[in-house]
Design a protein around this ligand. Sequence first.
Ligand code: SAH
Length: 213
Amino acid sequence: MVERDLRRRGIRDERVLEAMERVPRHRFVSPPLAAMAYADVPLPTDEGQTISQPYIVALMTQALALSGGEKVLELGTGSGYQTAVLAELGAEVWSIERSPGLHAAASTRLASLGYPRIHLVLGDGTLGLPAESPFDRILATGSLPRVPLGLTSQLRPAGIFVGPIGELFDQRLVRIEYDPPHTRGETLCVCRFVPLVGEAGWLAAVRRPEEDP
Ligand code: SAH
């Protein structure tokens, strides 16, 4: 997967490639899908959520420019796969999940894999985690209609936000280096993530139009 899908598609950060080589992705998908775990596709997880495709995980992680020791806030723990990749890079990770079931499953999974320096929190990630701020990096792994000011204010100067911003079914993966008054933003790619449902995110659970009766 690392050679075939990640390096060939332009992921250059050797530390990210090595970290993704070490994380056993098959442990993060349901057993019937284990054979697909190293294909470069998003896969369904419990409760209608998804584990992002490896290339997107690599792209987001590379954009965070981690050298080890950073304090990172992840919004949307999901399976815990991205959380594990961040921990492999030496970050201290706080990851927030809204669903009690997914939070509990990720806690068990990450504990059994023995990752240190991971703090899993049940709650609304769109509000961040003011009590633990400031963070060096914030990564949203579900979409947001806009970058909430309440989140960027939890970044340290020169901190980086990465996440999918836009419409419900069509977003841009953005990277923002928060350094007022010289804050800079760039678009990494177009994408489609599941929504972050919360006070500063999407307000209600939504259904895809094709699911309407
Ligand atoms: N990073 C995950 C993928 C996450 S998918 C992985 O590697 O597997 C997005 C996740 O965000 C889902 O698990 C969903 O339940 C969760 N979520 C949705 N709204 C949220 C909110 N307001 N706060 C925290 N988590 C949220």
